[in-house]
Design a protein around this ligand. Sequence first.
Ligand SMILES: O=P(O)(O)OC[C@H]1O[C@H](O)[C@H](O)[C@@H](O)[C@@H]1O
Ligand SMILES: [Fe+2]
Length: 189
Amino acid sequence: MEYKKPLGVDIDLETGVIPGAQKLVRRLSSLKGYFLDEKAYNELLREDPVVYEVYAIEQEENDGDLNFATTVLYPGKVGKEFFFTKGHSHAKADRAEIYYGIRGKGGMLLQTPEGKAEWIPMGPGTVVYVPPYWAHRTVNTGNEPFIFLAVYPADAGHDYGSIAEKGFSKIVIEENGEVKVVNNPRWKK
Ligand SMILES: O=P(O)(O)OC[C@H]1O[C@H](O)[C@H](O)[C@@H](O)[C@@H]1O
Ligand SMILES: [Fe+2]
């Protein structure tokens, strides 16, 4: 039996950086079609800001093994809608996941394949359990980076298809200075 070497790393709790991790950067231009307000999207696209960065330590896709990643989701809005991650379900749909809030203020939208959505507010120290089959997206509702850790099965994979096409049945917006989770007017089953 060949054993893998154990690993300990220190997450920078200010910046979310995991030393030695693979870095992925998602700019606004990679989120075309995701936000409701297309005019506001196109205006902001001139700057093409970074919406989020992911620092991932991933293993080969074997069942039983685990990946982990931090996400640094920047503050911002497209129209009334707060910046968010693309959102996905798992390619192996029955794989669960754990998130842990490190810095900033935000939350998670979760959705069943039938389109029932839930919102869980998150801050430093919040643990969110993402059950099997639920699609998930994080949202920054504050004005500093929202940083969290996620731990997920190495064979879970990402399935972006249904969310890219239909979005979530709820959206998270700012209205009269308040954070509101409301029905997505563009949602169809
Ligand atoms: O993949 P997205 O929906 O864009 O979310 C961004 C990332 O968030 C977390 O870090 C998850 O653990 C990653 O698996 C995911 O890739
Ligand atoms: Fe996931």
